[in-house]
Ligand binder design. Structure first.
Ligand code: F6R
Length: 604
């Protein structure tokens, strides 16, 4: 998705903007550009493709004020002309989001004599602000944006004034506080190198940025008081630290991220889960009749395990809905429903829209998210931060296992409050969870073996991932990881469903990953393995260390350390992530930036 950076200060702006844009590359983009305030106006540079293409055309620009953008094409092809910034006279703009009343504004602006050079909706913003500019940029931006329907994080530069103005509605924007310099960005990772002091902007707020300070306003032009917050993420956490890809770095980081999600939330002594951020009262928890989980992609897969946990541990009926479907599905919700939105980025437009829809029914709301201060976190009553640290690789890895941990914590918390789980069970689960980081390390120590299996099957055209009950979500996640980064077609199936159709596709050319750790459905899973073996499929089983039987039925066994039956999904997740990573590596794929995908999907 698109990225924005802006700078006003006393240093040369170009390297700061380019560095910021590079830190946003992980979000996915297809063109990039800069607009710089120079002595005789604004200079704009833009190119298709990588930021390195942009760098190669940049002259030595003397400027201490500018805006930059990485574009992920929505309206208009990914060409240099359509790249941002867009210009109208003395005004330049970069924009993330969608202008829904573009056609109407386009016709109106044409009738006023404006000419359009690009196919983008963003160009209307440049013309609108140009039309209303009478010497005061902030007033012009307010007037211009009042005409706009849709979503935006937008930053404007005016040739006549050494300042930036930025505004947000339904698209992330954060301001960075420096000393004699100030910044804006669509994502805090673009700011980390220069400042850890940030101000998160709310919908329908504007900021005027100069080297000396920042003033915030609402759309009536009234000043708004804002709080400076400190970002806890380090710059190092957002860099590769010697790993060839962010994805493999982030897979390794699960040893610490799982621990960070648990930290301060469990007590081995009392055997209880402590969730201080949860404001639901005991009475409210006891009277919950239903949980509805809203999420997309990997977060949806995490939600499916959540359903299993909430139902089996806490006895609460749970549905998991794909966010983009929920909103249009006439949901049936009540005041005794808890809606849990799961989103790593906290900015996924589909999930935010679905949550907003759910809120109209008056239900309780909770978010499980990894990024502090995001739109999602400001829409809910309760937040459980996953604290996995910045995730840069497009494929979610450590944030997925941290979402699962958050769901374990929440389900034990509810189970205890609703008296569905005794203290011994809760204590034993907590003790087992504390051991998970060490067990993940053991899997990582065996990564060469997993790499060999990935290489062996990397020429396959189709893969199947099979699991039952609590392993089914991991089968879906394994297939999603493999297809998104290696482009090998992969399907995740509930193993029992195989003979109802997909078995027709199984042959000796379709490797099967069978999630066969110990569970109540283990014997059934072994039967399903026999079914696919009978069709000559090659089977890679993921099984517990103590399983001496499974090797008889399959071609390869990837062993995971022994843990509580309920917790195997965490360990199996690491294995399927490694399988996907090494398959993509064997095929020479651009692992951290898979084609057509973006890290944070901020358009519906
Ligand atoms: C897959 C992946 C996507 C995201 C999905 C939701 O590896 O990363 O499927 O899980 O776009 O994103 P969030 O969790 O940010 O709402």
């Amino acid at each position: 998705m698109c990225g924005i950076v802006g700078y006003v200060g006393n240093r040369q702006a170009t390297p700061i903007l380019i560095d910021g844009l590079k830190r946003l590359e992980y979000r996915g983009y297809d063109s990039a550009g800069l607009a710089m305030l120079v002595d005789n106006g604004i200079s704009v540079y833009k190119t298709e493709g990588k930021i390195s293409n942009l760098e190669s055309i940049l002259p030595d620009i003397k400027s201490t004020c500018g805006i930059g953008h990485t574009r992920w094409a929505t309206q208009g092809a990914p060409t240099t002309t359509n790249a941002h910034p867009h210009v109208s006279g003395n005004i330049s703009v970069v924009h993330n989001g969608i202008i829904e009343n573009y056609e109407e504004l386009y016709e109106w602006l044409i009738s006023k004599g404006y000419e359009f050079v690009s196919e983008t909706d963003t160009e209307v913003l440049a013309h609108l602000v140009h039309m209303y500019y009478k010497g005061d940029l902030i007033s012009a931006v307010i007037e211009g944006l009042k005409k706009v329907k849709g979503s935006y994080a937008a930053a404007f530069l005016c040739a006549e004034t050494n300042k930036l103005v930025a505004a947000r509605k339904e698209s992330p924007l954060v301001a960075g506080v420096g000393n004699g310099e100030n910044f804006i960005a669509s994502d805090v990772t673009a700011l980390l190198k220069n400042t850890s002091q940030v101000i998160y902007m709310n919908d329908l707020e504007l900021v005027q940025v100069t080297a000396q300070g920042m003033q915030f306003f609402d759309f009536d032009g009234k000043p708004v008081e804002k709080k400076v917050e400190k970002i806890e993420w380090s710059l190092e956490a957002a860099e590769k630290s010697g790993y060839p890809h962010f994805m493999i770095k982030e897979i390794h980081e699960q040893v610490t991220s799982v621990n960070d999600t648990l930290m301060g939330r469990i007590s081995e002594i009392s055997g209880d889960v402590i969730l201080q951020d949860i404001t639901l009262t005991l009475e409210e928890i006891k009277s919950l009749e239903r949980i509805v989980i809203l999420a997309c992609g990997t977060s949806y897969n995490a939600g499916l395990l959540g359903k299993y946990l909430f139902e089996s541990l806490a006895g609460i009926h749970t549905d998991v809905d794909i966010s983009s479907e929920f909103r249009y599905a006439n949901p049936v919700l009540s005041k005794s429903t808890l809606v849990i939105a799961i989103s790593q980025s906290g900015e996924t437009a589909d999930t935010i829209a679905a949550l907003k829809e759910a809120k109209t029914y008056g239900c309780h709301t909770l978010a499980i998210t990894n990024v502090v201060g995001t739109t999602l976190s400001r829409e809910v009553e309760n937040i459980l931060y996953t604290r996995a640290g910045p995730e840069i690789g497009v494929a979610a890895t450590k944030t997925f296992t941290s979402q699962l941990i958050a769901l374990y914590l929440l389900s034990i918390y509810f189970a205890r409050k609703r008296r569905k789980m005794d203290i011994d069970k809760s204590k034993s689960l907590i003790i087992s969870m504390k051991l998970l980081p060490g067990l993940i390390q053991q899997i990582l120590n065996n990564k060469e073996f997993i790499q060999k299996q990935a290489q062996r099957f990397s020429n396959a055209k189709d893969y199947f991932f099979l699991g039952r009950s609590l392993n089914f979500p991991i089968a879906l996640e394994g297939a999603l990881k493999l297809k998104e980064i290696s482009y090998i077609h992969a399907e995740g199936y509930a193993a029992g469903e195989l003979k109802h159709g997909p078995l027709a596709l199984i042959s000796n050319e379709t490797p099967i990953v069978a999630l066969a750790t110990r569970s109540s459905t283990y014997d059934k899973m072994v039967n399903n393995i026999k079914e696919v073996k009978a069709r000559r499929a090659q089977v890679i089983a993921i099984a517990g260390m103590d399983d001496t039987e499974i090797g008889k039925y399959v071609d390869v066994v990837i062993k995971v350390p022994i843990t509580d039956e309920l917790l195997y999904p965490i360990l199996s997740s690491v294995v399927v992530q490694l399988l996907a990573y090494y398959s993509a590596q064997a095929l020479g794929c651009t692992i951290d930036k898979p084609r057509n995908l973006a890290k944070s999907v901020t358009v519906e």
